[in-house]
Design a protein around this ligand. Structure first.
Ligand code: GAP
Length: 514
């Protein structure tokens, strides 16, 4: 069942701020729309997600290597990639509210309302029929639901044709025909629809006159394409092989909202896999399976993922799908897997005049490889992890706790160490334990307040294990270790602590399951 919980998103936003995960950017100046800063816990969680992705893609695959290309690239890159001419959103303004919207999103939201009606009908029928309810049969036979589905199909068809033919007047007409009103003013007083390029531009050089216009990259992928031959030759890579990269990307999104879901500055984790032409569909299926396995290994809930095949393929793709996650706003794109043919390398060959080909010794010929790409937004992955981890629990004694049930390997702090009291040599012993663990694990020392309160603070930031040093520790060298999720405590010898924690929080435990 899809989340549709504005409240959950609000709770995550305020929890993320209160506990040092994410702050609004430049907040002392009232913030900057759709820009966020990762705080002391956020940066650790983000780095751990990066590390899991990097190890799964680069370290675990002999034929994948990583790069870190610069954000600024030669401006012709973006001409070749099609971003200068075609990386546009269709925009429409409401004349009364003066608010600007993406025309396609207005239509999508209209469709989402119809989908909501279908969901309601299904829920009602499921209650009415109980165990004998067959959802697929109901969807295929109920006249009202079928009517809604037909309405959706006809809107999608009109929109697809209008966009493909770049018929912006028809997009406006569709909005008018559907009677879509501005959510702010309630008015239907719309401007014409026009295209708006999403790339941020700036000038290279100090004097504006002699400067040339360059762009902040809107995707990291192009840094990989232009380095294809550098990496292939210097690494003596043989097809099939992949190049992976994690880095910032920038898009001047008109509706940047829903927290870190849609930002103007964000991070991508992308991998381009270069294959022999004709083999691309096999590799496309391979990477679909590999990527969904990566997600499922994290244990965020298998039902929270689904594939969404692209029906409207970009002109350069011969297959594409999204991995969608059940965010608080419902199922939305988290990752894209695209079979991009030889479009990008060929376009860079044409614009640069340089050959970007691979000599295949088995075939005894050179060719431009085809590319299968996996592209995931790091910030969206962060939101997915927070969405699944955020829990409010009522305990047996009636008290409440808010916790982040983060996968242990991703948690910002792995072990918190508490002296029961601030005297009798217990703080010194607690610091000794931290010294024992901190080479391998991020640890936190906390001696303030009662132990119960300290547990709650660590629950709220997702620390999987809390170790308490008490007077018995001084006698027999044992401590209690408390599990975040079960809240069970166990007494163990300090000498066992390192291996116990390592076993529980290590990334390799996850990597082994891939
Ligand atoms: N190289 C392919 C590419 O960039 P995309 O579908 O435009 O494809 C890939 O973007 C991923 O980047 C998306 O699935 C999403 O997770 C993330 N992403 C895209 N735009 C974003 C934005 N404005 N804010 C946050 N993440 C974004």
């Amino acid at each position: 069942m899809a989340n549709q919980d504005d409240n959950l998103l609000k709770k995550i936003i305020s929890h993320a701020k209160e506990y040092g995960f994410i702050f609004p950017s430049s907040e002392i100046y009232d913030g900057l729309a759709a820009a966020y800063d990762y705080g002391q816990n956020g940066v650790e969680l983000k780095n751990n997600i990066k590390s899991f992705w990097w190890k799964a893609m680069v370290q675990m695959n002999e034929n994948i290597v990583g790069i870190d290309a610069s954000i600024f690239m030669h401006p012709t890159t973006w001409k070749a990639s099609g971003h200068v001419d075609a990386f546009n959103d269709p925009l429409i303004d409401n004349k009364d509210s003066k608010k600007r919207y993406r025309a396609d999103v207005l239509v999508e939201e209209y469709i989402a309302k119809i989908e909501g009606k279908i969901d309601k009908e299904v829920d009602k029928a499921a209650k009415r029929f109980g165990d004998s309810f067959d959802k697929d049969q109901y969807l295929a036979t109920n006249p009202r639901v079928m009517g809604y589905a037909e309405e959706i199909a006809s809107i999608n068809k009109r929109m697809k044709e209008a966009i493909e033919q770049e018929n912006l007047a028809e997009v406006k007409k569709l909005i008018e025909d559907l009677g879509i009103v501005d959510p702010v003013s309630g008015s239907k007083n719309w401007t014409d629809v026009r295209q708006f390029n999403l790339m941020f531009s700036t000038e290279l050089g100090s004097v504006a006159d002699g400067a040339s216009k360059i762009y902040l990259r809107p995707e990291t992928a192009q840094g990989i394409f232009v380095n294809f031959l550098n990496v292939q030759k210097s690494g003596r890579m043989k097809i099939p092989f992949g190049i992976a990269q994690i880095g910032k990307a920038f898009r001047n999104e008109i509706i940047a909202r829903q927290f870190i879901f849609r930002m103007r500055e964000f991070e991508q984790m992308e991998m381009q896999f270069f294959v022999k032409p004709g083999d691309e569909m096999e590799w496309y299926e391979h990477w679909k399976n590999k990527r969904i396995q990566w997600h499922k290994t994290l244990g965020l809930g298998e039902d929270n993922y689904r594939f969404h095949d692209h029906l409207n393929l970009a002109h350069y793709a011969n297959a594409a799908c999204d991995i969608e996650f059940n965010f608080p706003m419902g199922f939305k794109e988290l990752e894209g897997i695209h079979s991009r043919t030889d479009f990008d390398l060929k376009a860079h060959e044409e614009h640069s005049g340089k050959k970007l080909q691979f000599f295949d010794p088995q075939e005894n010929k050179s060719y431009v490889p085809y590319v299968v790409e996996t592209s995931i937004g790091l910030d969206r992955m962060f939101l997915a992890v927070m969405t699944s981890a955020y829990k409010e629990e009522v305990l047996e004694d009636g008290s409440e706790r808010t916790l982040l049930k983060l996968p242990a390997a991703l948690a910002p702090t792995k072990v918190a160490v508490f002296p029961l009291v601030k005297k009798d040599g217990l703080p010194e012993k607690a610091h000794e334990i931290i010294d024992l663990l901190k080479l391998d694990f991020s640890c936190q020392y906390d001696e303030k307040d009662a132990v119960g309160k300290r547990y709650r603070r660590q629950d709220a930031v997702g620390t999987p294990y809390c170790v308490t040093v008490d007077h018995q520790t001084l006698e027999d060298n044992t401590v209690t270790i408390r599990d975040r999720d079960t809240m069970q405590q166990e007494r163990i010898d300090i000498t066992q602590l390192h291996s116990r924690v390592a076993d529980l929080v290590s990334l390799s435990r996850l990597l082994k399951q891939l």
